[in-house]
Design a protein. Structure first.
Length: 125
């Protein structure tokens, strides 16, 4: 009767397979974490852009409804908290040319991230 010399796996082979499995799992978890972080950032960036556009549209609406008040005392230099977002409007009025530059900044995560939109509104009436 012959004896088989290779009856199982050695300890080194088991440890090598285990190490490779752990590396694959760590890489997958890191990849998923990175993807979720980027997805959250993209969602917040899109919302911030939408809030900034709403701020510019509010300025246009104010200008169209009551240009005298808008260009005299303005509607600017206001802060709006919007959940985790913070919207700030600021304006620079040029009385010689009768236009106003409106800047809307929306920030989130303690002003670490921000979106800025600008427009120039003229007194067309």
């Amino acid at each position: 009767m012959k004896r088989l010399k290779n009856q199982g796996q050695s300890l080194i082979e088991v440890l090598t397979a285990l190490a490779i499995a752990v590396l694959v799992i760590v890489a997958l978890v890191a990849g998923v974490t990175y993807a979720v972080r980027n997805l959250t950032y993209a969602k917040n960036q899109a919302l911030a852009t939408q809030y900034a556009q709403e701020g510019l549209e509010a300025a246009r609406r104010m200008r169209d409804e009551d240009p005298e008040t808008f260009f005299q005392d303005g509607f600017c230099n206001a802060d709006d908290p919007l959940g985790i977002f913070h919207r700030t409007r600021s304006c620079v009025y040029d009385s010689g040319n009768d236009w106003m530059d409106v800047t809307v900044v929306v920030s989130w995560n303690v002003e670490e991230n921000m979106t800025t939109l600008e427009t120039r509104l003229t007194n067309w009436r």
